[in-house]
Design a protein around this ligand. Structure first.
Ligand code: ADP
Ligand code: ZN
Length: 299
């Protein structure tokens, strides 16, 4: 059995084919432009590399409301050409195989829980900190969708009083996580891309302060057994230790020491990154295959 996997991102689409045991058989990366151009290229890849089931890990927001007639459709994204795009339906029709869809971060949380840094745990929270900020939650062995799916990037936080940025970059909220801690927020605040900010720059302390608020809020709200943080901004070597240090300050002894593991074990890097999302998509394909409608036996 061959599993097809798509990690659909705002800038690129990563497509993969995996064996049942998750061995990679083929892969390609395409630029995300407009659906009329990108989708036929994606379908053509899977025509050349046929699969038995497909999993899609997509940027959001996406309609994941069970039973909705537009399940699997992209919602209100700043990528206007993709607004209302019926991603799931398009691939179901084009490939004719069982297909599943979830958010990129939920897929990543799934892959890390099954194969990666949260292996063996039933509660794992996966954050990505890049152009946007998102979080996927695997709770009691299931991915959480709820009303739609969690939007961790838009959790509100307290602005640092010395932050030169008076308002975050999110058009919806003056003080949300994405507005204050995404790559673009750092660029706006300091005038250079996050990747060019020197190691000793105080911008990293501010970044850690915001990500620590996110982690502390997550700990208090959903009690994950581990928090994983990936994404381009986390390439900065010194950032994760600063986040742990700040988070411990914010938790301020409230969680009993016997309950809380050392921060070095609690807030950690994903093991499969940058492939967490793609491998999660392959696992979604496996689930879609298992849940496929079975042909009725002849009477
Ligand atoms: P995307 O979120 O678009 O999928 P990434 O997760 O790679 O992509 O995040 C891109 C962001 O990460 C950009 O804002 C970029 O400046 C930042 N970034 C990339 N590399 C580094 C680095 N080495 N150190 C800090 N920030 C980085
Ligand atoms: Zn916001």
């Amino acid at each position: 059995m061959r599993l097809g996997a798509i990690e659909a991102g705002g800038t690129k689409m990563v497509l993969g084919v995996f064996s049942q045991s998750l061995k990679e058989l083929a892969r390609t990366t395409l630029s995300t432009t407009v659906p009329e151009e990108t989708i036929p290229q994606m379908v053509s890849f899977f025509n050349q590399h046929p699969v038995d089931a497909l999993g899609i890990a997509t940027f959001g927001p996406v309609n994941l409301r069970a039973g909705s007639p537009t399940f699997g459709t992209i919602l209100n994204t700043p990528k206007l050409a993709w607004q209302r795009y019926p991603l799931l339906e398009t691939f179901e029709e084009a490939l004719g195989v069982p297909t599943a869809v979830d958010t990129d971060v939920n897929a990543a949380a799934l892959a890390e829980s099954v194969l990666g840094a949260a292996r063996g745990l039933k509660n794992c929270l996966y954050f990505t900190v890049g152009t946007g900020i998102g979080g996927g939650l695997y709770a009691e062995g299931n991915l959480v969708h709820g009303l739609m799916h969690p939007e961790w990037g838009h959790v509100l936080l307290t602005r640092h009083e010395e932050d030169p940025l008076l308002r975050g970059v999110c058009p919806y909220h003056p003080n949300c996580v994405e507005g204050f801690a995404s790559g673009p927020s750092m660029q706006k605040r300091w005038g250079i891309p996050a990747r060019e900010l020197p190691d000793e720059h105080r911008g990293w302390d501010l970044e850690a302060y915001y990500l620590a608020q996110l982690c502390s809020n997550a700990l208090m709200a959903v009690s994950p057994e581990v928090i994983l943080i990936g994404g381009g901004v986390m390439h900065q070597q010194g950032l994760l230790p600063k986040v742990r240090e700040e988070a411990l300050k914010l938790i301020n002894g409230y969680i009993d020491q016997e309950q809380l593991p050392p921060m070095e074990e609690y807030i950690i890097s994903p093991a499969l990154w940058p492939d967490s999302g793609l491998l999660g998509a392959a696992l979604l394909a496996k689930q879609a295959w298992r849940q496929r409608p079975k042909a009725k036996p002849a009477p």
